[in-house]
Design a protein. Structure first.
Length: 246
């Protein structure tokens, strides 16, 4: 089973030179771990600088239309043109409505990108609450579009930059992943429901990654640790080992 190791650089680093150096340090490990699909999502201005390196590229967001008079926005077609295969959508730090995220998901798939859809919760909750969140975020998204997407369970309460944030336990993550899976199977049937990768995205580092893999995550969306090449390549290596055992 292929695993996904996705680095979200957020608004870092500040120069193309630093971005390229970091990318180069990650690329070597990425190319020696064939079971892991390594994806880096740098800020838009650095995409072209990284497109020659051996990992997949993703945007951190895209607009909900493909072109037009939308000052400051970046179209999914532009991301595709810059070599992106993926785009993160609905990240909690952007505070977007479900309706906007749904339009972005459709625009991304129409443009040939794989949406990495974030669905989270502000505080530890229950499978019932997660079903509600999934329902409102994915409402009216057809199974054909879901089949081209990755889902990320993003507990905002576990993200490193959340005030008072605390790491999630294996039990909590396992419960959330199984709530995601139940929802997908119920909504889209077994074939689609079991085919969609469910990732974990809250403060992953080399000390805790195994907890999330053991909980059943088919990959991770990493913030802070993806800006340290040693830490991020250690995550890729751990995932490669894990992929060989499942
Ligand atoms: P951290 O890994 O820095 O907690 O960030 C998680 C996240 O927001 C991934 O997109």
């Amino acid at each position: 089973m292929k695993m996904f190791c996705i680095g979200n650089w957020k608004m870092n680093p500040t120069t193309a030179k630093e971005a390229f150096r970091l990318g180069e340090n990650i690329a070597e490990k990425a190319s020696s771990c064939p079971q892991v699909i390594t994806v880096l999502c740098p800020p838009f201005p650095f995409l072209a600088h990284l497109s020659s390196l051996s990992f997949a590229l993703g945007g951190q967001d895209c607009f909900l239309e493909q072109k037009g008079a939308y000052t400051g926005e970046v179209s999914p077609l532009m991301l595709k043109d810059q070599g992106c295969k993926y785009v993160i959508l609905g990240h909690s730090e952007r505070g977007e409505s479900d309706e906007v995220v749904q339009k972005k998901i459709r625009a991304a798939v129409r443009s040939g990108l794989t949406p990495v859809i974030c669905i989270g919760e502000e505080k530890p909750s229950s499978p019932k609450f997660l079903h509600k969140r999934l329902h409102s975020r994915l409402q009216d998204i057809p199974a054909t579009v879901l089949l081209k997407s990755l889902l990320v369970y993003e507990p905002v309460w576990a993200i490193s930059t959340t005030k008072g944030g605390k790491p999630a336990t294996q039990e909590a993550v396992a419960l959330a992943i199984s709530a995601f899976r139940d929802f997908l199977v119920k909504e889209a049937g077994e074939r689609v429901g079991f085919a969609i990768p469910i990732l974990y995205g809250g403060s992953v580092d080399k000390k805790n990654i195994n907890i999330f893999l053991k909980a059943g995550a088919q990959g991770v969306l990493v913030g802070g640790a993806s800006l340290k090449s040693k830490e991020f390549t250690a995550l890729i290596a751990e995932m490669e080992l894990h992929a060989q055992t499942v």
